[in-house]
Write a protein that binds this ligand. Structure first.
Ligand code: PLP
Length: 468
């Protein structure tokens, strides 16, 4: 990323070369396989996913549209289930959840992690076994916790002393037991290949190990007659490509577990190491596969437990992005193409599409990198460095910051962005009163709209007008 301009990368005059990792493709019509779902391929310049031509598909459902490769989702879910066979694998629904996806997660034998009342509603509506649901969140209200306990949610991950008090009240009044994990902050912040181990934790999630809050939370939970403590929970970050951050976190969390055993005489049967496994958004990303991660994480926990003289807890993980991220792509129609003259005479091609930050906020929010390709025809035009932007009233409304795209792109052409399954539809908004796009699941030549496009009636349904 170039940040030579005080207003940020989007204004940097030196950015025309693109980021250092971006290479001009040998064949700009070809897909880069590691960025796409398993059934994606091109034929005659047209993208096919799930046995269907994407241009034909969007001729029916319109654009923008998220195309979800069901076989790919299921294969990734199974890969995690099998690689982590000795663990419980909770699919993190915050990445993307709808009732169809909750059913696939159930059918593939995974458990489900929800982090809000709304996600719990979707899971229950899908008929997901509540005993296999984990419930996260740093501010679960009395009402939300009461519902979770009454529904028989298998584990509630407590995040504050206030939540512990609420669960004490709920279990006492209902005569029920809540099964909980205590979320701790291990002082590790992981992102891609780097992690930072810190002594203090300046963020909202979890109980600090170093301050003693985590031990105190365990003491409180243990003393509450209606609460059953399953174990500790640690989640260290996102887009993580190797196990070194998990290693530091596991060491710190297991040291706490040993202390709990010594000081409270309590053996915790379970340990959750969270999610955060990375995926490839661009050619610079090289994620580990689930089997490799599972082997490394198991080794770390075995080694630490042996060194500490404590029994090995049953482990669980919570992958979201790594299951749904690569399974989806977003298809857009190009509306305008503008050559913008930069300082020094260079020209950047601004390609505007019919969606933007309302269907993918990650570029603006996290400075995320994406890739994209032309999907409705072959082009022989030389590639030019392009920026794909949305149609919202915001200069930062960028979908793909830098990509080499054919120089003859024109209004009406289709672009597809791979890797948009995680945190795109789930974070989508109605900014500028945009209608959120549909999610179309494709499999074996059949398309099913699993989330329909919003309508203007949906938009106006909550607008009560002026009652005076
Ligand atoms: C507690 C917890 N578990 C799991 C996840 C899923 O992370 P990812 O989708 O990166 O695997 C998150 C994401 O924020 C999280 O906060």
């Amino acid at each position: 990323m170039s940040t030579t301009h005080e207003a940020g990368w989007a204004h940097a005059s030196g950015a025309l070369r693109g980021p250092a990792w971006l290479r001009q493709p040998v064949d700009p019509n070809a897909l880069v396989p590691q960025l796409w779902s398993m059934t994606a391929h091109k034929a005659g310049g047209e993208l096919h996913v799930g046995g269907l031509s994407v241009p034909e598909l969007v001729a029916n459902v319109n654009t923008p549209a998220y195309v979800l490769d069901e076989a790919d989702f299921r294969a990734r879910a199974r890969a995690f289930r099998d690689a982590f066979a000795a663990y419980d694998v909770f699919y993190a629904g915050k990445a993307f959840l709808c009732t169809a996806v909750a059913q696939w997660v159930h059918e593939e034998g995974l458990s489900l992690d929800v982090c809000s009342d709304g996600e719990l509603t979707v899971a229950l509506r899908a008929g997901f076994d509540p005993a296999r649901i984990g419930y996260h969140g740093n501010n679960k209200s009395l009402v939300e916790l009461r519902r979770a306990v009454a529904a028989g949610v298998g584990r509630i991950v407590v995040d504050s002393f206030d939540e512990i008090s609420r669960l004490e009240t709920i279990t006492a009044e209902a005569g029920m037991t809540a099964r909980v994990m205590v979320r701790v902050t291990a002082g590790v912040e992981a992102h891609t290949h780097e992690y930072i181990a810190t002594a203090h934790e300046d963020q909202k999630f979890g109980f600090s190990i170093t301050s003693g809050d985590a031990l105190e939370a365990v003491r409180r939970v243990e003393a509450a007659p209606g609460i059953e403590l399953l174990g500790l929970h640690s989640h260290i970050g996102s887009q993580i490509f190797d196990s070194s951050g998990f290693e530091v976190a596991a060491r710190r969390v297991l040291a706490l577990q040993a202390r709990i055993s010594d000081e409270l005489g309590v053996t915790l049967p379970e340990l959750d190491l969270g999610g955060g496994f990375g995926i490839a958004y661009t050619t610079q990303d090289d994620p580990s596969d689930p089997a490799q991660l599972a082997t490394e994480m198991t080794k770390i926990v075995e080694h630490e437990c042996r060194a500490l003289g404590i029994p090995e807890p049953r482990l669980s993980v919570e992958p979201g992005r790594a299951i749904v991220g690569p399974a989806m792509c977003t298809v857009y129609t190009i509306g305008t193409v503008k050559a913008v003259q930069l300082d020094g005479g260079a020209v950047r091609s601004y390609v505007s599409v019919d969606g933007g930050m309302s269907d993918n906020i990650r570029t603006a929010l996290y400075d995320a990198d994406y890739s994209c390709t032309l999907v409705n025809r072959v082009s022989d035009a030389p590639p030019v460095l392009s920026r794909v932007v949305g149609k919202h009233c915001e200069a930062g409304d960028v979908v793909v910051k830098d990509e080499f795209l054919p120089g003859d792109l024109a209004p009406g052409d289709l672009l597809a962005v791979p890797g948009t399954g995680a945190y795109c539809r789930s974070m989508a908004s109605n900014y500028n009163h945009a209608l959120r796009p549909p999610v179309v699941a494709v499999r074996d030549g059949v398309a099913r709209v699993v989330v329909r496009r919003e309508t203007e009636d949906d938009l106006l349904a909550t607008d009560m007008g002026d009652a005076s």
